[in-house]
Design a protein around this ligand. Structure first.
Ligand code: ATR
Length: 277
């Protein structure tokens, strides 16, 4: 039986084993998919020792995985500077990134949004932000404002995206002057270790959609802000998680599984957990 894994730290909360088990059942493909705890120092050794045919990579390893692949990366992984999917090629690894497509599929297909000509705010400029920014641009948005606590990182991401007419880097203290956005994406890890930066209500209006790339407790503060600011929709990252997994599954197995059933099951569980707290 072929073995697959997700690597990251912390990894105990990962839903990926459950998602891939469901995809395997649905497509009648025999595989094992496990979660392996590894930080920067252990990643390369743990990957080599795992015997996997393919792997997903999550926090904080997406840039490590990109470096590990050397030249063997997809164009979208190079634009993101980050890899979330590893495909074994003999004794080497090919790296791809399905995060951005996962987000865009969730927004457009599951939630029915039309991203074309939208004015988009991206909060954060780390690995998560880099993963989704190229796909948002490819989806035809009008403009992307990248705002990050460390302004130099926002500048670096804007430069890397290479579309000065559409992509703008701004400092956090510029937020009050940026006006209203159609789509607001929280790609910071702020609530995992601290508090969300202060976000003025003027960023959102009654047609705005807010999405947090995380889910569960980590997504609660931003989604609460979005509702208070009057956004039409406040979405967490659960749909993106399922869609990026389906794209990884397609890369490994040549078939794209159906995602609605597993999304609905995870949604029910996540809502019950958040409500219980
Ligand atoms: P990830 O892969 O989740 O993006 P990362 O590369 O460590 O992880 O990036 C974390 C992002 O969250 C960064 O944009 C970070 O801002 P800095 O570049 O200034 O570090 C942002 N972030 C983390 N904690 C934050 C906080 N308390 N307030 C604002 N932004 C924060």
């Amino acid at each position: 039986m072929q073995r697959y894994a997700v690597f990251g730290s912390p990894i105990h909360h990962s839903q990926s084993p459950r998602i891939h088990a469901e995809f395997a059942r649905q497509t009648v493909i025999a595989l094992e998919y496990v979660a392996i705890e590894a930080g920067h120092a252990e990643f390369a050794t743990a990957l080599a020792a795992s015997g996997v045919s393919g792997a997903n990579v999550t926090l904080p390893l997406k840039e490590d995985a990109f470096a590990l692949c050397g030249e063997r990366t997809s164009a979208r992984a190079r634009r993101a500077g980050a890899v979330n999917t590893l495909i074994r090629q003999g004794d080497r690894w090919h790296g791809d990134n399905t995060d951005g497509l996962g987000l865009v599929r969730d927004l457009t297909e599951r939630h029915g949004l039309d991203l074309r000509e939208r004015r988009v705010l991206l909060l954060g400029a780390g690995g998560a932000a880099r993963g989704v920014a190229p796909a948002l641009l490819d989806a035809g948005i009008h403009s992307l404002y990248i705002v990050n606590r460390t302004a130099a990182r926002a500048d670096a991401l804007a430069d890397a995206l290479g579309e000065p007419g559409r992509v703008h880097a701004r400092a956090l203290d510029a937020l009050p002057g940026l006006g209203e956005f159609d789509l607001l994406v929280n790609a910071t890890s702020a609530t995992r270790g601290g508090a969300l930066p202060v976000l003025p209500m003027s960023l959102a209006g009654p047609r705005s959609v807010a999405v947090d790339l995380s889910y569960g407790e980590a997504a609660v503060p931003f989604l609460a802000w979005a509702r208070a600011a009057g956004c039409a929709q406040a979405l967490d990252g659960l749909g993106m998680l399922v869609e990026q997994a389906a794209e990884s599954f397609l890369l490994w197995h040549g078939v794209r599984p159906e995602t609605d059933a597993v999304y609905t099951a995870l949604r029910t569980q996540a809502d019950a957990l958040v409500t219980a707290d």
